[in-house]
Design a protein around this ligand. Sequence first.
Ligand SMILES: [Zn+2]
Length: 394
Amino acid sequence: MRLVDLSGDDRIVEMSYPTRVVFGAGALQRLPAQVERLQMRKPLVVADQGIVKSGLLARVLDVLKGSGITHGIFDRVNPDPTEEDAFDGVAAYRNQSCVGVIAVGGGSPLDTAKLIQLLTTHDPPLSRYDDATGGDRFVRDDLPPLIAIPTTAGTGSEVSRSGVATLKDTGRKTVIFSPHLLPKAAICDPELTVGMPRWLTAATGIDAFTHCLEAYLANALHPLADALAIDGIGRVGAALEIAVEKGTHLPARGQMMIAAMEGAMAFQKGLGACHALAHALTPISRVHHGLANAIVLPAVLEFNRSACAARLAQVAVALGDNSLTREEMLASNAIERIRGLLTRIGIPQRLRDAGVREADLPLIAKKAFQDASHQTNPRPCTEEDLLGIAKAAF
Ligand SMILES: [Zn+2]
């Protein structure tokens, strides 16, 4: 896929799918118009300390100040947030008499902002709304509006219907899901991602890639998600290495931001064993979500290959493989191409290199099996299978 220059004010486009997406270099300047459209009298700006230190929060606040918009602030979201982060955010929302929420950052602030938005009108605990137990039926349509401003290109939380947090009672990373949690607007400005460090660009970029890939291979029917997913796979194949090598390359950053959105839109279809394992690895072994996905991905694909060879062949083509070999061959080419990409962007090859302890693998497999993500894995998997994949990735 050819990289198209996405810079310049005249290339900003607005799309509804169904979040209003304002995409393009300089799109941050369109934030005040969205605040006004959504009648956010005094939005609470949600961020974390990384966003404060990088100066990105100051850039957002300057834009608000420039338009005379008063706001509250909650900039203490923890990495891999828990329920407590959402409770603290709701307290800040009430103490500062806010109406509306603006989330700035990667997945942690964006997800936490969704849960803050939820808890301003819904009673705790969050476990009541756990997607795994059908909690979405308790989520009503009376939430204050949310604007998401992503500063990474990974989770795609800006266009997704779920917020993830570790719950107090279970200690498990839990998905709270409802269409009502969808941000009302997303300001997607690739200029906000150019300062992202190399490792984070790689880890979040592979998260976006894994969303596209697992959604594309997921054992479910959803043609629209498939179209978005295979498109996102091609964009990552063309842009991720450039974004990792040359962080200021705006066209590559822009392509990654689109792929992240496509990934999150596509995984409405479902995910797979890779995300089941990643969801277990992060709380147990403290491995970054994107990195966890990246390291186990080749082993999951080897496990799945026999169940989805035709689709893997399409993945190889999307990644630039034009050879007219047999499906089986193309499927293995896809896995080899993905392995090569992971190595070139500096992902450690084994879980042991990321600080995971071998003794934790059975617990990780057990938690991964409890995770709903693997239910749409193209090849059905047992706890034993997940343990086998984790061992192969170890
Ligand atoms: Zn993910």
